[in-house]
Design a protein around this ligand. Structure first.
Ligand SMILES: [Mg+2]
Ligand SMILES: [Zn+2]
Length: 164
């Protein structure tokens, strides 16, 4: 199944300057995110969230808290027709040298192990940071779209769907 990897902070929700998004009150969807995710899901794509959350291993945020936040996000997305098929997070801090913190490719490679029909070269990644682009490149994901307030997930979705 054709798969799209999507970064969270700065793509799905607005990034908080100087802090992590740890409560539903602080979780503000980016413009075009809910719509774009619904468009891609209705078009039959598998959508996989890949997010660095070093707040976990820093002890700032619990895994339960992160899971709760993501289930609220999923509920909101589902009410508009979209959802993520799977969510991967990297809990590690920068110095831990894990293989999963973007720009490393670990979360994408793990997804390719977990879903045996993922073809990374034919997959797509949406991200707002250079580390997203580099992770996609390291995993040999074929296509990357930069997301910003000016090119939202909905904008990228329209390009992807029109070039199918
Ligand atoms: Mg981001
Ligand atoms: Zn990691």
């Amino acid at each position: 199944m054709k798969t799209i990897f999507i970064d969270r902070d700065g793509c799905v929700n607005v990034r908080l300057v100087g802090n992590w998004v740890m409560t539903w009150d602080d979780f503000e969807f980016m413009p075009g995110a809910i719509e774009g995710i619904a468009l891609l899901k209705k078009a039959g794509y598998r959508l996989i969230l890949v997010t660095n959350q070093r707040c976990i291993n820093l002890g700032k945020f619990s895994l339960d808290g992160l899971n709760n936040l993501h289930s609220q996000m999923q509920d909101e997305l589902k009410s508009e027709g979209g959802f993520f098929d799977k969510i991967y997070h990297c809990p590690h801090d920068r110095h831990e040298n894990c293989g999963c913190r973007k720009p490393q490719a670990g979360m994408l490679l793990q997804a390719a192990k977990d879903f045996d029909d993922i073809d990374l070269r034919n997959s797509i990644m949406l991200g707002d940071q250079e580390s997203d682009r580099l992770a996609a490149k390291a995993a040999e994901v074929g296509c990357f779209y930069q997301i910003s307030h000016n090119q939202t997930i909905a904008d990228a979705a329209k390009i992807i769907l029109s070039s199918k």
